[in-house]
Design a protein around this ligand. Structure first.
Ligand code: RUB
Length: 349
């Protein structure tokens, strides 16, 4: 089994991807996203318990990468467990780590369903390989579909980080669209929202754009209304943690405010995603579980306290952007426009 995994990783390496997670023999390796851009630290993970901790600690994050973490976690679980029931308990633990990004639960379910107790280990590896390839193909296809929306000279706003390290290594979702437009020769630039409190925009999106050579400017989250109102943005493209059946979107906290400001200023607002993040079983945004993270994460910035000890804080990690604010949903099957419910069900149902 480890040979198949090694062959997969070798193939991915030859494609010069920026991988958030991969297998090496009997372990998986993560690029620690909490340390970027200042340190490149790799974490070696041998057990599902260690992987669950890494997911909760945001060492690996972003919806696409969380799906892949679920698949690699299943691989670790299959190496450690000879018994299918024990294996399934490990999968349940993985699923429980972060609730909003549907890719994690969906991938774990996909890999753990209808397994043969006598050969589940082989089945898990085959499914892992298929999932990794599929996700990469989705990124390339949705990048192509979304790049058609971008014109020479455009400035694109993005929020949080929806790039290679949040996906399968090409450009994730939003940055696949931007990267493809850049590769097509369009002279574009990106306005990057810093994304308090974890600073995924400032730390990771900016880092990836710099590696790709795509011009960008960093702003703090509260500057987006100004930039949208002043006509500095041609379109907004963000990723998504879950798209409900009616088109409502769960994405990093702050997305809703950017969407409101875009709507008010007639700036098109897109989410770039794949069918795997579209959850037709969730009727609308009201029923998407929103992860609440520890308030202490708001009370510090880059490790430094920013308020008096004892200050109360609140940290909903995601918000819901209602579908009425969304211009289109960029997917591997093209751009979906309203009416979202009808079109999503028709195309992905
Ligand atoms: C990440 C986040 C990202 C999407 C993008 O939140 O909200 O915008 O997950 O992912 P966190 P994708 O950092 O808390 O995981 O590119 O797969 O749509």
């Amino acid at each position: 089994m480890t040979q198949l995994v090694n062959a997969l990783v070798q193939e991915l390496r030859e494609r010069e991807l920026l991988l958030p997670i991969w297998g090496e023999g009997e372990k998986v390796v993560l690029l620690d996203q909490t340390r970027l851009p200042f340190k490149t630290v790799y974490l070696e993970i041998y057990t599902v318990v260690e992987l669950c901790t890494a997911i909760k600690d945001m060492t690996i994050r972003g919806s696409g990468a969380l799906g892949l973490a679920g698949a690699w976690g299943a691989y670790l679980a299959s190496l450690k467990n000879d018994n299918l029931e024990a294996f399934q308990r490990d999968l349940a633990a993985l699923k429980a780590t972060r609730p909003t990004a549907v890719n994690l639960a969906k991938t774990v379910d996909e890999i753990g369903t209808d397994l043969d107790p006598r050969q589940f280990k082989e089945q898990v590896v085959q499914r892992l390989i298929d999932i990794v390839h599929r996700q990469l193909n989705f990124e390339l296809a949705l990048g192509e579909a979304g790049a058609a929306l971008i014109h020479d000279g455009d400035t694109i706003m993005t929020h949080c980080h929806s790039g290679a390290l949040a996906g399968a290594g090409y450009g994730g979702r939003a940055l696949s669209v931007i990267r493809r437009a850049w590769e097509q020769g369009k002279k574009i630039s990106v306005l990057v929202n810093e994304t308090r409190p974890y600073l995924q925009g400032a730390r990771i999106t900016a880092w990836e754009l710099k590696r790709l050579g795509i011009p960008f400017t960093l702003i703090t989250d509260n500057m987006s209304g100004f930039c949208l109102e002043k006509g500095m943005v041609n379109l907004v493209v963000v990723g998504s943690d879950r798209v409900a059946r009616n088109g409502d979107l769960a994405n990093k906290i702050g997305t809703y405010l950017h969407a409101l400001a875009a709507y008010d200023n007639n700036v098109p607002f897109y989410t770039a995603t794949s069918s795997h993040t579209i959850d037709l079983n969730t009727p609308s945004g009201d029923t998407i579980p929103v992860e609440m993270r520890p308030a202490e994460e708001v009370l510090t910035l880059a490790g430094q306290p920013i308020a008096e000890p004892g200050t109360k804080a609140l940290y909903p990690a995601f918000d819901i952007t209602p579908h009425r604010l969304i211009t289109g949903i960029i997917t591997e099957k093209g751009v979906i426009y309203p009416p979202f419910e009808k079109n999503l069900v028709e195309i992905f149902g």
